[in-house]
Design a protein around this ligand. Structure first.
Ligand SMILES: NC(=O)c1ccc[n+]([C@@H]2O[C@H](COP(=O)([O-])OP(=O)(O)OC[C@H]3O[C@@H](n4cnc5c(N)ncnc54)[C@H](O)[C@@H]3O)[C@@H](O)[C@H]2O)c1
Ligand SMILES: [Fe+2]
Length: 386
């Protein structure tokens, strides 16, 4: 067995209506002046109302920043960090999807440590405890509520910048399925596919994976195959929403320890250029990434296929094919597009394709993939997925 370390520093609390317990949790962490980060939709539709009134009852008037765009960028981080500093914030509450949560993580770096934001980028550049951070996810996909990373867009360089450190993991994740009832079907499906990609990619990260991450990823995948179609078909089904929220968090914990792989690398390079949704882009690349990895990872894929009840065969090749079929069938069931062209990715010429592939190969996610990705491999996958 490979040596491993498994960590989940975030306290995870699940309960219907738990968003209103945020003030209590924050006070326990010693906070006195929280700053709330969210997005326009969640503010305008009163989804943050229970949390906000609990915070205001306990701490008085709370400063809010609600202009976080999908796939937050450096400009947004600088603006929010200045607002939080001016407000005298000593802690942060993030209510939103991965874009809001990642914004909050990087704003917390700026708020606690100061300095130029870019000086903190990269893996393990942050070595001290940051201000208290509580997150309330409103999508079920990214796992950012427990992960050690944040991905922020660099518009000029057309790429995503990674911030990674164990100190980026939020102190507390409040999982409240009531926060997800307004999530439209397409976003429910797309974000759920992000969680499935985390689960499937983490299972084949041989060096950093462990029985701990495998157990979380396998159970997360089982829950997602069962409940994602239900949550997508009926957004008001609290049981389905609850299962997706928990599964996404488990997959988040699995990939935070084991890693993700080339599907994420290809999706990052695509999303940074063409503003495609992260989960949707992963969904399209997932079957292609699995076929690419099959030659080295088929024993793990086949085992997952048997554990999920998709196949009984001991033939790894067949078991892997069944798992890939199940992923493609799920995409069809969710009515998600299966080709890049259908999500607005333009046809790239050779030099654009080369640059896109270079960025994918340089993405940190490739470090954990079981098989090396070359520029030529990435280009071939792009053409197949187009
Ligand atoms: N840090 C990590 O570990 C990690 C992992 C995966 C992805 N990410 C990042 O997360 C981002 C994607 O996050 P996401 O998929 O959660 O989407 P998102 O946060 O970008 O939100 C997408 C849209 O959904 C809307 N929305 C969110 N919650 C809603 C709700 N309850 N009801 C109605 N609308 C709602 C938002 O307003 C937004 O318009 C990407 O930037 C990606 O890079 C981070
Ligand atoms: Fe992801």
């Amino acid at each position: 067995m490979n040596p491993f370390i498994f960590n989940c520093p975030t306290k995870v609390c699940f309960a219907e209506g738990s968003s209103s317990s945020v003030a209590e949790h924050l006070a326990d962490l010693g906070a006195k002046s929280p700053f709330l980060i969210t997005d326009e939709f969640l503010l305008k539709n009163n989804i943050i109302a229970p949390a906000l009134s609990a915070l205001e009852e306990r701490f008085g008037k709370v400063s809010i920043y609600s202009d976080v765009p999908p796939d937050s960028d450096l400009e947004c981080i600088n603006k929010v960090a200045k607002n939080a500093k001016d407000a005298g914030a000593d802690s942060i509450v993030a209510i939103g999807g991965g874009s809001v949560i990642d914004t909050a993580k990087v704003v917390n770096i700026c708020l606690t440590l100061g300095g130029d934001i870019l000086s903190h980028q990269g893996l393990n550049a942050i070595e001290t405890k940051l201000f208290p951070l509580i997150v309330i996810p409103t999508t079920a996909g990214t796992g950012s509520e427990v992960s050690y990373v944040a991905m922020i867009k660099h518009h000029v360089e057309k790429r995503k910048i990674v911030f990674g450190s164990k100190f980026l993991a939020p102190d507390i994740a409040l999982l409240d399925p009531m926060m997800q009832l307004t999530l439209p079907a397409k976003l429910t499906a797309a974000t759920g596919m992000d969680a499935l990609t985390h689960a499937i990619e983490s299972v084949v990260c041989e060096i950093t994976g462990s029985s701990f991450s495998d157990a979380l990823a396998t159970e997360a995948a089982r829950m997602i195959f069962k409940w994602l179609p239900v949550a997508t078909a009926d957004g008001g089904d609290l049981e389905a929403r609850s299962n997706m929220l928990v599964a996404s968090c488990m997959a988040g914990s699995a990939f935070s320890n084991a890693g993700v792989g080339i599907v994420h690398a290809l999706a990052h390079s695509t999303g940074a250029r063409f503003n495609t949704h992260h989960g949707l882009t992963n969904a399209i690349f997932l079957p292609h990434g699995m076929r690419f990895n099959q030659s080295v990872a088929q024993a793990k894929y086949a085992q997952l296929s048997r554990q999920l009840g998709f196949s009984k065969t001991l033939d790894d090749n067949e078991g892997t094919a069944t798992l890939i079929d199940s992923v493609e069938n799920l995409l069809k069931q969710l009515n998600l597009p299966s080709r890049l062209e259908l999500i607005g990715v333009p046809k790239l010429n050779e030099s654009e394709l080369q640059q896109w592939a270079n960025d994918a190969v340089d993405d940190p996610s490739t470090m954990f993939n079981p098989k090396e990705l070359t520029v030529q491999d990435a280009i071939e996958i792009y053409k197949r997925a187009y």
